[in-house]
Design a protein around this ligand. Structure first.
Ligand code: SAM
Length: 264
C-alpha cells in the first residue's frame, strides 16, 4: 500500500484541481442533487461540488485515511453542512440508490478492478442517475513512464524494483464499454482525451512526482528518495526538454466516461 501525504497533495495538485473543475462543469448540476465524489483526496473538489448543489449535498469517499482526515478538517460540518467524508474504498461502495450523480477525478487509474467499482456505482445511483468519471487512460504520461523506465534500469536503482509490477490501470474505451453495457448503463460518451500537463520548472515537476508517483518513490529508501526523484526529472529533461521558459510539458491521456443508470 502507498501512503499519501495529504498536505503535500493539497499544495502541489493545481493541475489535478484545474482538470477536476473543467470536468465538473460538464456535470451540469441544477443545485439540489446529492453527488458522490469517488477518490475525493483533500476534499477541495468535493467542496466545489457542494457549492454547486446548495439545496443538495456532496459525499466524498477515499481509501486514504490521511486524505479523508485532511478533507474533514478543511470542511467541517459546522461550516459546510452539505458535505460529508467517509473512509471507503472505491471497490466497496455500498450506498443504496441515494445519489443523483457520481463524479470522480484522477482516482480510478489507481484501481485495477473497475467492475467492482461500477457495480457499486450502479447500486448507489437513483434511477436515471448519472456518472461522470475521468482517470488516467491508455497512453497516459508516456514520456514520464519512459523516463522512469530508464531510471529503473540504472544500477543505482534497479535493485529496489525487483519483482515490481506496473501499478496503474490505464484503460481504454473498448474495455470500459465492455463493462458498462452488461450491467445496464446507458453509455453517452467514453473517450480518450490527450491533455498537456505543465509544470513551471523542475521543482514543481519534482513535487508532482513526489506526491503522486508513490508506487515508485516509496520503493526507494526515504534517505534516497529526493535523489531518485531528481534522477527522474533530469532523465525526463533529456527525453522532452523544458520549453524556453523552463516549463516542463508532457501529454497526459485521460479516459472520460459519461453514462446513465436508466429508469428503474
Ligand atoms: C490524485 S488524487 C485525486 C484527488 C481528487 N479527486 C482531486 O481531483 O484532487 C487520487 C486519490 O484517489 C484515492 N484512491 C486511490 N485508490 C483508491 C481506492 N481504491 N478507493 C478510493 N480512493 C482511492 C487516493 O487516496 C487519492 O486521494
Amino acid at each position: 500500500m502507498y501512503r499519501w501525504d495529504a498536505e503535500e497533495y493539497r499544495t502541489s495538485s493545481s493541475n489535478q484541481k484545474k482538470w477536476a473543475l473543467e470536468l465538473l462543469s460538464k456535470l451540469d448540476l441544477k443545485g439540489s442533487e446529492r453527488v458522490l465524489d469517488i477518490g475525493c483526496g483533500d476534499g477541495e473538489v468535493t467542496a466545489a461540488i457542494a457549492q454547486r448543489v446548495p439545496r443538495g449535498s456532496a459525499v466524498g469517499i477515499d481509501s486514504s485515511r490521511d486524505m479523508v482526515d485532511l478533507a474533514a478538517t478543511r470542511y467541517p460540518p459546522e461550516r459546510f453542512p452539505n458535505i460529508t467524508f467517509f473512509l471507503k474504498d472505491a471497490r466497496e461502495i455500498d450506498f443504496d440508490e441515494e445519489f443523483d450523480a457520481v463524479f470522480s477525478n484522477a482516482c480510478l487509474h489507481w484501481v485495477v478492478d473497475h467492475q467492482s467499482v461500477l457495480a457499486g456505482v450502479k447500486r448507489c445511483l437513483k434511477p436515471n442517475g448519472r456518472m461522470l468519471l475521468q482517470m488516467g487512460g491508455k497512453g497516459n504520461a508516456a514520456t514520464v513512464l519512459e523516463a522512469i523506465a530508464a531510471v529503473l534500469r540504472m544500477p543505482r536503482w534497479a535493485g529496489y524494483f525487483e519483482g515490481f509490477d506496473f501499478p496503474y490501470a490505464f484503460y481504454g474505451p473498448e474495455e470500459y464499454r465492455s463493462w458498462l453495457a452488461p450491467i445496464g448503463f446507458q453509455v453517452n460518451r467514453v473517450e480518450l482525451l490527450p491533455k498537456d500537463m505543465v509544470h513551471e520548472g523542475a521543482g514543481a515537476f519534482a513535487a508532482w512526482i513526489r506526491t503522486t508517483w508513490l508506487p515508485y518513490t516509496q520503493r526507494v529508501p526515504e534517505s534516497l528518495r529526493e535523489a531518485f526523484i531528481r534522477e527522474i526529472v533530469s532523465t525526463h529533461a533529456r527525453i522532452r526538454p523544458p520549453d524556453g521558459n523552463g516549463s516542463i510539458h508532457f501529454t497526459m491521456v485521460r479516459l472520460e466516461v459519461e453514462a446513465e443508470k436508466g429508469a428503474a
